[in-house]
Design a protein around this ligand. Structure first.
Ligand code: PBG
Length: 326
């Protein structure tokens, strides 16, 4: 015979709740995506991402110093290119003097310990806003030609000083190709964070506004995953690990917590999740209307993503939360 406890002692006060909490957020959990523009002194707010900015390189450096001071250890770089360098080969993406390459060098010079991760995909460089080279006749993406272009891009990021390349393109066989090229080039210390389970999602909308990279025609369903599938995420992820990925990713995050958990259970490398632009925008919009408490919504969302199994979370809220935790 035992006495059933009606008031759970382990939930009674804030102190006890935190004593027995299974999941806690720290700035160490975060990767902060940052958007970089040409020019000087530019701090441009993204209309569909209030409170989030695209900055010129000088302003980016100031921001990165602040982030390091807040305990954020890793940034994920995205650039917005001028229309006149966009084409269907993506060749600007491996220009040694391109905006991305200059940004990597400048950040590593300013804050050498900051872990610099770089987006690898052709969309900011593509006249069609696609992640790969478009076969004009069929409208499909040319997989192998794209992998070749992205390999050159990866090498150029590595030579500029990137710590991790982060391929978000979802072409087949790319991780193996990048790993081999990095090894052959002597860039053995450069890691690969692979967007291994990246779904074709409407939640990327605000990001495409931020970088002016929306597909000019069609959608990305021939290379990004169908959101109806879970087992396929495991297949994609295991293939990427087999080919040499050091960290894997599930993207988006909140609508894919089951996928994060499945992947966490299936692999023995770090798992990251990308809390994407649309997920940021939803919370911001509801908070602006007075319909949600922003801070509570952010903490609940990010804690849930970590609880689901993400070791790392790429999120536009990283700075706010680091400030809050600080
Ligand atoms: C492009 C890329 C996208 C995002 C990261 N890299 C957009 C897309 O695939 O169309 C989305 C990030 C976000 O929405 O926050 N390769």
């Amino acid at each position: 015979m035992y006495l059933q406890r009606r008031n759970r002692i382990t939930r009674r006060t804030d102190a006890i709740r935190s004593l027995v909490a299974e999941t806690t957020l720290t700035p160490n959990d975060f990767i902060l995506p940052i958007f970089i523009d040409e020019g000087k002194e530019i701090v441009h707010e993204i209309p569909s991402m209030p409170g989030y900015y695209r900055r010129s390189l000088d302003k980016t450096i100031e921001e990165v110093r602040t982030l390091w001071g807040l305990g954020i250890k890793s940034v994920l770089l995205f650039v917005k290119c001028d229309d006149n360098v966009k084409d269907n080969t993506g060749k600007e993406s491996w220009n040694p003097d391109g905006l991305m390459q200059r940004a990597i060098k400048a950040i590593k010079d300013a804050v050498p310990e900051m872990i610099v991760m770089t987006d690898v995909a052709l969309d900011p460089y593509s006249q069609y806003g696609h992640d790969g080279i478009v076969d004009i006749k069929s409208g499909y993406i040319l997989n192998d030609e794209t992998v070749e272009a992205l390999t050159r891009m990866s090498i150029s990021h590595a030579e500029a000083g990137a710590d991790f390349i982060a391929p978000s393109d979802m072409m087949d066989g790319r991780i193996g190709a990048f790993r081999k090229a990095l090894e052959d080039n002597g860039n053995t210390g450069v890691g690969i964070l692979s967007y291994s389970a990246k779904y074709a999602s409407c939640f990327y909308g605000p990001f495409r506004d931020a970088l002016d990279s929306a597909p000019g025609f069609g959608d990305k369903k021939t290379y990004q995953m169908n959101y109806a599938n879970r087992i396929e995420a495991i297949n994609e992820t295991l293939q990427d690990i087999e080919q040499g990925a050091d960290i894997v990713m599930v993207k988006p995050a909140m609508a894919y917590l089951d996928v994060i958990r499945e992947v966490r259970n299936a692999v023995t490398v770090p798992v990251s999740a990308y809390h994407v632009s649309g997920e940021y925008a939803m919370i911001k919009a509801a908070a602006k209307m007075g319909w949600l408490d922003e801070q509570k919504a952010v903490l609940e969302s990010l804690t849930s993503i970590k609880r689901a199994g993400a070791d790392l979370i790429a999120t536009y809220f990283a700075k706010d939360v680091a400030e809050l935790l600080g």
